[in-house]
Design a protein around this ligand. Structure first.
Ligand SMILES: [Fe+2]
Ligand SMILES: [Fe+2]
Length: 137
């Protein structure tokens, strides 16, 4: 699996979440490519902001689903999202402060972190959903 690739091993089986995960990897790849190929700074900035916003939206959507389903590990999961977001926002600030190379770190962080988080934590939610609703979403 490439750094920004999504494949079935990352599928939770919850379509709305899987669609957002796929998009997340696409945007992270877009940021990586934009920076690496030397796109104009405003193109990199736009992609970076979009990636940060998309992460935020995804975390909020996931947590809303967890809350609605009564997922018992919601607080633990929220904390993982919060820590990742803090890291992302720190990199975003550094980028805004002129450290443009941070764009690469951000794309790699989102991709690596997401793969591990999906497999360990999002999967736990998917298992929970399956255990209470055989045909989720
Ligand atoms: Fe999550
Ligand atoms: Fe997720």
């Amino acid at each position: 699996m490439s750094l920004f690739g999504w494949d079935k091993r990352l599928a939770t089986g919850i379509d709305s979440i899987d669609a957002q995960h796929r998009e997340l990897f696409q945007i992270a790849k877009g940021l990586h490519d934009a920076y690496r190929t030397g796109d104009a700074k405003n193109a990199v900035t736009r992609t970076l902001n979009y990636l940060v916003d998309y992460c935020l939206t995804h975390f909020e959507d996931e947590e809303a689903q967890m809350k609605a389903m009564g997922f018992p590990d919601l607080a633990i999961h929220q904390e993982e999202h919060r820590k990742c977001l803090a890291h992302i926002l720190d990199l975003k600030d550094r980028y805004a402060g002129g450290q443009s190379e941070v764009a690469m770190d951000l794309s790699v962080l989102v991709s690596r972190w997401s793969k591990q988080h999906i497999r360990e934590s999002d999967f736990r939610f998917a298992e929970f959903v399956k255990s209470i609703a055989p045909e989720p979403f």
